[in-house]
Design a binder for this molecule. Structure first.
Ligand SMILES: *Cc1c(COP(=O)(O)O)cnc(C)c1O
Length: 361
């Protein structure tokens, strides 16, 4: 925590705003909107997954539709497609960002249109904080007139050509889950330049209650609004977001300087005009066997590291979904490792990790 979170939470208690609305929710939303710029509006929600669910519904996704989704991601990106009775169509990554490949995206769209149906939306993800090729994805999306949902759950504080991730698509989402770069313990947000999208999200997130003195509903709604208590944590966290980004970037720099010279160890470098918040620091090893050797050596020392995300097209639950793959994300999954990446790691912690990797490698 940064320091002022408890004061905002105390304010919620002192003023008795213990509810899914109140001054902290409003204050958190405007802090995010100010940070992101680009004239965006923000609706604070109970999770990033909830934000994707509402975002897809607002983009018109309904039962029987298809939605294209980056395969290399966390399941929270794809599950809401299934909530809506739609089918995910998974598309593989490009090697230089690890995110959805614009060329394969176009191949997938052309094939879906010719042989099936036109996809309703595209979910692109800034995985580990590294921005996807926004211009490349947008060009394809515009050519076929399909809206993009920007999954920026891992990328608050990253930038693409000087603009903030989380403000780069028709609808963007953020997550404030406990593992993210800033957190409200659990939480998320839907972000859009179009004020109506955010108004709709807030309406749907509060059980879609119509304007009336009694409780009246013309639509199925959800209970997805953010608590005013948790939004207090979020207000405090926004004050230290830049520090968190600096810490995470320093972790990555430390690993890169110490391990970048090892033959066969690769890092994901920033393309021109792009900055990553370096939410997690990741390396690619030469093989699955080496990856496991490093992971287990660290585990011996009570240091947790993890394989990269297992692609969605390899998940048992999505095994029957259409997919357009070329082996890139599978290779990343087998050979990649997320190193300890917390904002509170000390130089001694980082040196310990580096020493174990060097010795084992
Ligand atoms: C965390 C995460 C989500 C979901 O966010 P929650 O707040 O945990 O529901 C979605 N997509 C990605 C890429 C994530 O990392």
């Amino acid at each position: 925590m940064g320091g002022s979170e408890q004061a905002y939470v105390k304010e919620a208690f002192d003023t008795n705003w213990i509810a899914p609305l109140g001054p902290n929710v409003n204050g958190f939303e405007s802090a995010i909107a100010n940070y992101l710029g680009n004239g965006v509006h923000v609706g604070a929600l109970s999770s990033g997954t909830a934000a994707i669910h509402l975002g897809l519904e607002i983009l018109g996704v309904s039962p029987g539709d298809e939605v294209i989704c980056q395969s290399f991601t966390f399941s929270g990106s794809a599950n809401p497609i299934a909530y809506l009775g739609a089918t995910p169509v998974f598309v593989d990554s490009e090697a230089n960002t690890w995110n959805i490949c614009p060329k394969m995206l176009e191949e997938a769209i052309v094939d879906r249109i010719q042989n099936h149906r036109k996809p309703k939306a595209i979910i692109a993800v800034h995985l580990y904080g590294m921005p996807y090729d926004v211009d490349g994805v947008n060009a394809v999306a515009q050519k076929y007139d399909i809206p993009v949902l920007e999954d920026s759950a891992e990328a608050l504080g990253s930038t693409y050509k000087g603009q903030n991730c989380g403000s780069l698509a028709e609808i963007s989402i953020l997550s404030f889950n406990g593992n993210k770069i800033i957190t409200t313990s659990g939480g998320g947000a839907l972000v859009a330049k179009n004020h109506e999208h955010v108004a709709k999200a807030i309406h749907l997130s509060t059980q879609a209650r119509d304007e009336a003195p009694h409780y009246q509903h013309s639509k199925i709604g959800y209970n997805y609004r953010m608590s005013n208590v948790l939004a207090g944590i979020g207000r405090g966290q926004m004050e230290v977001l830049d520090q968190r980004v600096a810490s995470r970037r320093a972790n990555h720099e430390h690993y890169l300087n110490a391990l970048g010279g090892l033959d066969g160890i690769e890092f994901l470098l920033e393309p021109p005009n792009v900055t990553s918040n370096r939410w997690l620091s990741c390396i690619l090893t030469p093989s699955f066997e080496v990856r496991e050797k490093l992971r287990l050596a660290m585990q011996e020392e009570m240091i947790e590291s993890r394989p990269l995300w297992k692609p969605m097209h390899m998940q048992p639950v999505f095994k029957d979904c259409p997919k357009y793959t070329n082996g890139t994300s599978e290779e990343l999954f087998y050979r990649g490792l997320c190193l300890p990446s917390g904002s509170n790691l000390t130089q001694a912690d980082l040196d310990r990790v580096v020493a174990i990797i060097k010795k084992t490698y």
